[in-house]
Design a protein around this ligand. Structure first.
Ligand SMILES: *Cc1c(COP(=O)(O)O)cnc(C)c1O
Length: 377
């Protein structure tokens, strides 16, 4: 939610062009909310959601660990003050030389989801801990992260057994229930599968320690979402159901849920027009679009709240598009967006809850538009 500090900042500074304002106080609140609701769980912030140095330093100071996907992200977490024991290399698709570099930097926790990746880690980061990612169906999530990552639970058994044989520490299981997961019981079936893997491997003499519950914690966009305590409860119940009194060590990797509601984008209406006089829906072109940071509007998956000073006026359906010369640069069309009919060229709009997955998705100079400016307050 746009905070008073964000609104005041924009009113005082009047930055030219579209920009994101991030309020660190909101991120601090979010971190503390996770820490309080899940006191036994370690928090690995998913760096990709918003890697601004100020965000990483704040979280490092609060005691957060970091889920990283590349050597530069590892270096950013280290620069922010995290020690290597607080960093996981959570990408299941890594070059062997990047694993070697991470190992050199002291990172000792790696994600894998295949035999081939275990072999890389065994060669390049001997003795490390590895966790195996399993597939999930992403049900209940607005931005599924299935298919590309993870393997079947049966294959996870082979992957972790090989890790053990190759002298790695078969440390645990991970999954991601899909980003913007709207169901608080969305972790249940993956935890059932995780518990099965723990039991089967235990029978083979391999003791796993950890379940990485991934991210998925939502941000409120247009629809209300449950709070962190409701997710904590859903997860706790599923853990008790499937692991009984042998609850493993757990970690979470919130990205969106940590920073999404900490940012607001200020943008401007460039043009309001129709294609035919009789059209019902108007086209509203903003000075930001898919290539300016709003990539998550892909397939209209994430629908951001769009606010303006005219919000008390009568609304009508709009097709919202960005300013670039690419016809893919349309934000909402299949489901038109209701905006005030009085909205006009030059009006400022606030695109709310845009703290996650925006700045780094912004192109560097497509059509000459600069990357999304960011102010951290
Ligand atoms: C992107 C990602 C996350 C963060 O997901 P959110 O839904 O934004 O919380 C967590 N873990 C991994 C492995 C990821 O790739």
């Amino acid at each position: 939610m746009a905070t008073q500090r964000m609104i005041d900042f924009l009113a005082d500074r009047r930055p030219e062009g579209p920009c994101l304002v991030v309020d660190l106080e909101v991120i601090r609140d979010n971190y503390l909310r996770f820490a309080r609701a899940m006191p036994a769980t370690r928090i690995f912030y998913a760096v990709k959601a918003n890697p601004a140095p100020e965000v990483l330093s704040l979280l490092a100071n609060l005691g957060s660990c970091f889920d990283t996907a590349s050597v530069p992200e590892i270096e950013m977490a280290l620069t922010a003050g995290a020690t290597p024991d607080r960093i996981s290399f959570g990408n299941t698709i890594k070059k062997e030389r990047d694993v070697a570099r991470a190992h050199q930097l002291g990172v000792s926790l790696y994600a894998v989801d295949s035999i081939e990746e275990v072999e890389k880690v065994a060669r390049a980061a001997p003795g490390s801990r590895v966790f195996c990612r399993i597939l999930t169906d992403g049900a209940g999530a607005d931005w599924p992260l299935s298919r590309k990552f993870g393997c079947s639970p049966a294959m996870a058994l082979d992957v972790l057994t090989l890790a053990h044989k190759l002298g790695l520490r078969a440390y645990g299981v991970s999954f991601h229930v899909g980003s913007q997961q709207t169901k608080t019981d969305g972790w249940d079936s993956a935890l059932a599968q995780s518990a099965d893997i723990f039991r089967t491997l235990s029978d083979r003499g391999i003791t796993l320690s950890m379940v990485n519950l991934g991210g998925g914690f939502p941000t409120r966009y247009l629809k209300e979402v449950p709070g962190v305590p409701a997710y904590a409860q859903g997860i706790e119940q599923a853990l008790a159901k499937h692991f009984g009194n042998a609850i493993p060590e757990t970690i979470i990797e919130p990205g969106r849920g940590m920073v999404g509601n900490a940012g607001v984008i200020k943008a401007e209406v460039v043009l309001v027009s129709k294609k035919h006089v009789e059209d019902k829906a108007r086209w509203v072109y903003l000075d930001i679009g898919k290539f300016g940071g709003l990539a998550e509007t892909m397939e209209e998956a994430i629908r951001y709240p769009i606010l303006s000073a005219r919000d008390d006026d009568q609304v009508g359906p709009c097709i919202i598009a960005g300013p670039t010369c690419d016809s893919a640069d349309v934000l909402y069309e299949k489901t038109p967006y209701e905006l005030p009919l009085s909205l006009t060229v030059g009006d400022e709009v606030l695109i709310d809850n845009t703290g996650a997955y925006t700045t780094t998705y912004s192109a560097i100079a497509f059509n000459g538009f600069p990357p999304l400016a960011t102010y951290i307050i």
